[in-house]
Design a protein around this ligand. Structure first.
Ligand code: NAD
Length: 351
């Protein structure tokens, strides 16, 4: 087992290990406390892992209540958010009680947003069950729901009290969902660690714990510097502006990880054409993305993509900050007028 401490507006530990869910109750009692644990999960994860977690929590003295959403990105919506707040209220959760987000990034973002706003904040434990949530969404405190106008348009910064990352749960992931997590791992390699980029050329499974640890170490350091996303944290958005555009264009039929993979390749191709990085950078990232079974080209035209990407919340006035690769392991932030995003997307889509 590996552990990591995050020091942001709240200090908390991340535990990364095998079969940690079996001992969830012990961890919660020792670290978080409270009397009621409200498990938030989706219908698929519910069938697979709620039982283990519930049993462990009950054995440790918790009263357990459970809120189940339908699986998938479309559930990260305002209706479920309000339903969940009502559910917490009906079950009389107090500020010392705890919301347990058991699932992928969709559950984590929705449960986190609810925990941060119900009673102006109750305790929150993230139990990621997808690779993507383990290496990214469960840590760092961004919570969100999607609005009709776009992805993650309502949300908060709200750090969890504890993250229990049990990678034994990945054995039941569909291959495409596992691949989505690989997309965020490639992202960490690109923005901060040529060494990580290199080790993931070897088979991932035997080094999963180490890879999760390395990704979260990068995220932990960035979040400690810039919790509220006004500076270096924006590096974590590499590939995401175009990626969010693709998600929105597809009405969330294209998954987050796949969309980010396409976004990373497109922005790197544009960066090569503008002379920011070498052709080798594009070769490497394209190879990596496709070798993990992820898509590397846009199903949409540049006009369609620009229209969707321009609705991204990271717009500041008529300007946008984009993450531009300079080399494997090194990206920089560049603020540019919105029109330039359109040009970059055109360059990125072109062969
Ligand atoms: P997801 O939560 O939709 O999970 C994908 C699918 O996997 C779902 O159908 C789910 O039921 C299933 N699943 C989950 N765990 C399983 C398991 N162990 N075995 C079998 N099936 C399982 O998607 P995701 O890829 O985990 O997360 C994507 C979301 O995360 C997006 O909404 C994205 O915006 C968000 N995100 C947030 C942050 C953040 O910092 N808050 C960072 C990255 C991504």
């Amino acid at each position: 087992m590996r552990t990591l401490a995050v020091r942001a507006s709240k200090t908390y530990d991340i535990y990364i290990g095998n079969r940690l869910l079996d001992e969830a109750g012990d961890y919660l009692q020792k670290i978080v406390g409270g009397n009621i644990a409200a498990i938030v999960t989706d219908d698929l994860v519910d069938q697979l892992y709620s039982g283990i977690v519930e049993e462990s929590l009950v054995n440790s003295g918790y009263k357990v209540v459970k809120f189940v959403i339908a699986r998938g990105e479309r559930s990260k919506n305002a209706e479920n958010y309000l339903r969940l707040l009502d559910f917490l209220s009906e079950n009389k959760l107090s500020r010392s009680d705890v919301v347990v987000a058991l699932g992928g990034g969709v559950v984590g973002d929705l449960a986190g947003f609810s925990a941060s706003t119900y009673l102006r904040g109750v305790k929150l434990v993230q139990m990621p069950t997808t690779l993507l949530a383990a290496v990214d969404a469960s840590v760092g405190g961004k919570t969100a729901i999607n609005l009709k106008s776009g992805k993650n348009q309502a949300g908060t910064f709200y750090q969890p009290d504890l993250v229990l990352s049990d990678y034994s749960t990945f054995k039941t992931l569909e291959q495409t969902v596992f691949q989505d997590g690989c997309s965020e791992i490639i992202k960490y390699g690109m923005i901060a660690s040529a060494e990580l980029f290199s080790i993931i050329k070897e088979p991932l499974m035997p080094q999963l714990e180490e890879v999760i640890y390395r990704c979260l170490s990068i995220k932990r350091d960035i979040v400690a510097e810039d919790e509220r996303d006004s500076g270096q944290r924006q590096l974590l958005n590499f590939g995401h502006t175009i990626g969010h555009g693709i998600e929105a264009c597809s009405n969330y039929a294209v998954s987050h990880g796949s969309a980010v993979a396409i976004g990373m390749v497109l922005i790197t191709r544009a960066a090569v054409k503008l002379g920011y990085c070498s052709d080798n950078c594009l070769t490497e990232i394209s190879y990596m993305v496709t070798s993990f079974g992820l898509p590397a080209s846009s199903p949409y035209t540049s006009e369609q993509l620009f229209a969707c990407a321009a609705a991204d919340k990271k717009l500041r006035g008529k300007k946008i900050t984009l993450v531009i690769p300079e080399a494997i392991g090194k990206c920089v932030l560049k603020e540019m007028p919105l029109d330039e995003l359109q040009h970059l997307i055109e360059l990125g889509i072109g062969s």
